[in-house]
Unconditional design. Structure first.
Length: 344
C-alpha cells in the first residue's frame, strides 16, 4: 500500500526559512571510494544490461569501486520496483556507511511516485552525491528543497557512460572523465566548464548566482508541490535546463509556466543544454527555440543566456551541480562553477 512518509506530512517550511538554511554538501570522494548503484526510475531491462556493464566498467576505470543495490533488477509497471521498494533502496544507499556516492541507472517516469515516501532527515544526516539526469531531476530537487542537499545532475549508467560516451572522440571523453573526477574528488570548485561542442550566445551579459536546473519538464512539474523551492531562492540564480522528445509548443508552455510563477523574472541568467526537438514538431511557421527563449525571458532587456552547453540527452554530459554558485559570461561563452559541491 502507498503511504506517505511521516516526515513529508509535516507542513512545508516557509520560503524565507528554507532560503536561510545552509546548503548541505556531501563529503569529497577519495579514489577507491564506493559508488552505490540504484535504479530509482525505469527498470533495468535485459536489453540494457550490456550498456549498464560498460558504464560500471567506466566508473571502475576512474578508480571507484561499485556496489549494486539488491533492488536493481526489480520490476513493477515500468519501474524498477514499487514506490515503497524504491524508497527503501534509496534509504539503504544513504544509510550504508560503505557507500560514498550514489549513481542511478536511468531516468523514466517514477520519481514523483517515490518522493513523498523518502526520509529527508535520513538523507540530511547522511549526505552523498546522488548522480543522474532526466527523471532523477525530481529526486534532486526534492532532496535540495527538503534536505538542502546539493544535487549532481550528470550521466546515468545505461547511456551516459556507455553508448553516448562511446560516440564521442577521445578528447571529449577525457574532458568528461576529468570533469567528474574534479567535481567529486578534488578540494576545489569545478571551475570553468570546457566547451566540447560549439556553444551559442543567445543574449550577452554577465552574472553570478546559484545553479538550479535539470530536465525542464520535470522541475516545471514540481511547481505547486513541497519540492519546488520558494520563489526567493531563484533571485539571481542561474537556471539551466535541457529537454528531449518534447515539441517546441510543449517547451514553450513549460517556460511560460515558469514565467507565470515569477521564476523567469527573478533569475540572473539561463544556460540551455542540448535540446532534441522531434522532427515532426518543427514547422516552417514556427519560431526557433532561440526566439521562444529570448522572448519569454524579457526580450533584449532580459538576462544573459548561453545555449548548446554539453549536458542533456544524447551526449555524455558535463556534470552540473545544483545549489552551488557559478559565474556566467554568455558573451565569451564562459560558465564557471565557483563554489565546491563537496566538503572535506
Amino acid at each position: 500500500m502507498f503511504r506517505r512518509n511521516q516526515e513529508s506530512t509535516t507542513a512545508p517550511q516557509k520560503g524565507s526559512d528554507l532560503a536561510m538554511q545552509p546548503t548541505i554538501k556531501p563529503p569529497r570522494l577519495e579514489i577507491g571510494a564506493t559508488i552505490g548503484i540504484i535504479a530509482p526510475s525505469n527498470a533495468l531491462l535485459p536489453a540494457r544490461e550490456e550498456h549498464y556493464r560498460r558504464s560500471v566498467d567506466a566508473l571502475q576505470r576512474l578508480g571507484f569501486r561499485t556496489k549494486e543495490s539488491a533492488q536493481l533488477r526489480e520490476r513493477h509497471w515500468w519501474s524498477a520496483g514499487a514506490p515503497a521498494q524504491i524508497a527503501a533502496a534509496i534509504h539503504e544507499q544513504f544509510a550504508d556507511p560503505e557507500v560514498h556516492a550514489i549513481a542511478t541507472t536511468a531516468g523514466g517516469a517514477t520519481a514523483m511516485l517515490v518522493a513523498d515516501l523518502l526520509d529527508y532527515d535520513l538523507i540530511r544526516r547522511n549526505p552523498k552525491p546522488f548522480i543522474g539526469m532526466s527523471d532523477i531531476t525530481t529526486y534532486q530537487w526534492a532532496m535540495w528543497a527538503r534536505s538542502r542537499l546539493v544535487g549532481f545532475h550528470g550521466n546515468c549508467l545505461t547511456a551516459g557512460w556507455s553508448e553516448w560516451f562511446a560516440a564521442h572522440p577521445a578528447p571529449y571523453q577525457r574532458a568528461i572523465e576529468a570533469s567528474y573526477l574534479r567535481l567529486l574528488t578534488e578540494p576545489a570548485p569545478l571551475g570553468p566548464l570546457p566547451e566540447l561542442m560549439p556553444w551559442e550566445t543567445w543574449r550577452e551579459g554577465r552574472t553570478h548566482g546559484v545553479l538550479l536546473g535539470g530536465l525542464l519538464r520535470r522541475f516545471a512539474d514540481l511547481a505547486g508541490t513541497r519540492y519546488f523551492p520558494p520563489l526567493e531562492v531563484f533571485d539571481g540564480a542561474i537556471l539551466f535546463w535541457e529537454e528531449v522528445d518534447r515539441s517546441l509548443p510543449d517547451i514553450t508552455l513549460n517556460l511560460a509556466k515558469l514565467r507565470s510563477l515569477g521564476v523567469l523574472d527573478r533569475i540572473g541568467g539561463m544556460v540551455v543544454g542540448k535540446v532534441a526537438l522531434p522532427p515532426e514538431s518543427v514547422a516552417p511557421h514556427h519560431p526557433s527555440l532561440r526566439e521562444v527563449v529570448v522572448e519569454l525571458t524579457g526580450g533584449a532587456g532580459g538576462c544573459p543566456i548561453l545555449a548548446g552547453v554539453d549536458f542533456g540527452h544524447g551526449v555524455s554530459m558535463l556534470p552540473m551541480p545544483i545549489g552551488v554558485a557559478a559565474r556566467l559570461d554568455s558573451g565569451t561563452r564562459l560558465l564557471e562553477v565557483t563554489e565546491r559541491a563537496t566538503e572535506g
